[in-house]
Design a protein around this ligand. Structure first.
Ligand SMILES: Nc1ncnc2c1ncn2[C@@H]1O[C@H](COP(=O)(O)OP(=O)(O)OP(=O)(O)O)[C@@H](O)[C@H]1O
Ligand SMILES: [Mg+2]
Length: 150
């Protein structure tokens, strides 16, 4: 059970000064996010969670940056790469555990999958089962403090 190895220590920390810098930071995370992983992306609206996924998906050669868009309405976007299959999930509009069940996220989890979940902390089960938490905090108009814990 990967969840049991989570120690919650800070693995990486950075302050970025533009969306481009956040994407570049996302590109450095492939080793840390080697599958299988369940990753929670935490942060307010507009913090940069989706922006970070652009870099992660590009580095895994699963999608071009510009093809990564917010799964706000579709809830799950899938990007398949040679080393990992990324599932970018946005639970902002998912309100109950029952609605969460209908997404069947457990069925997406296998050796090659990396689940990148925005607003997953709304559900204690996901918070508990996550392997890595990436928190993004607005520190100014274009400044974002980003920390990676696992
Ligand atoms: N340093 C930065 N890092 C990331 N994004 C930044 C930064 N500075 C400015 N931005 C801008 O902030 C916005 C971040 O939007 P993004 O969709 O990534 O946020 P989000 O956390 O996914 O929000 P939501 O919860 O609504 O999905 C973008 O418009 C981006 O250009
Ligand atoms: Mg988003």
């Amino acid at each position: 059970m990967p969840g049991l190895t989570k120690t919650n220590e800070i693995l990486r920390e950075i302050t970025t000064h533009s969306a481009e810098e956040t994407i570049a930071f996302g590109r450095t995370l492939t080793d840390l996010l080697a599958p299988p992983k369940l990753v929670l992306l935490r942060g307010d609206l507009g913090a940069g969670k989706t922006t970070l996924v652009k870099g992660i998906a590009a580095a895994f050669e699963a999608a071009a940056e510009e093809d990564v868009t917010s799964p706000t309405f579709t809830l799950v976007h899938e990007y398949r790469g040679p080393r990992a299959n990324l599932f970018h999930i946005d639970l902002y509009r998912v309100d109950t555990p029952r609605e969460l069940e209908t997404l069947a996220l457990d069925d997406l989890r296998d050796d090659k999958s990396v689940l990148l979940i925005e607003w997953g902390e709304k559900f204690p089960r996901l918070a508990q089962e996550s392997d890595v938490e990436i928190a993004l905090e607005r520190a100014g108009e274009n400044e974002r403090r980003i920390s990676v814990r696992g």
